[in-house]
Design a protein. Structure first.
Length: 138
């Protein structure tokens, strides 16, 4: 049985919820970010659904490799709950599925198309954090 991951707010670190079925990518990204952020990694939609509700999550990075319809539903629920945590999506463009593309663009703050470099993800996180600071300051 898999242990449930808990988010614990520590100090002033922001918490990033990282969802990916690609364990190597998730681990690499978490190692790069762990000094600046609290990182919670989820691999299943069920885990993601539980963790996205946590008030300490300040940013979501979601690899839309699998379970696209279920994850998009979770994004919609997050928006309905009026969460202001930005969503960065990693996505492999699929020709012939314009309805998904449209929903992804409407729901995500940033979409990074695969193949994506780790540096691009880090830059997107930095941009979203700056935008979030500006919005909080106003």
């Amino acid at each position: 049985m898999e242990r449930k991951k808990k988010i614990v707010k520590t100090g002033k670190k922001k918490t990033i919820l990282l969802h990916s079925a690609d364990k190597d990518m998730a681990k690499s990204l978490s190692i790069l970010l762990q000094d600046q952020y609290g990182i919670v990694i989820t691999e299943s939609v069920e885990e993601f659904a539980l963790q996205r509700k946590n008030k300490y999550v300040s940013l979501l990075v979601v690899d839309l490799e699998r379970s696209i319809p279920s994850l998009l539903t979770e994004f919609e629920l997050r928006h309905q709950e009026q969460s202001n945590a930005p969503i960065i999506v990693l996505y492999a463009f699929r020709q012939g599925q314009p309805e998904w593309e449209k929903r992804i663009r409407l729901l995500a703050d940033q979409v990074l198309y695969k193949p994506v470099q780790i540096e691009q993800i880090l830059d997107a996180i930095a941009v979203e954090n700056e935008l979030h600071k500006e919005l909080q300051g106003k």
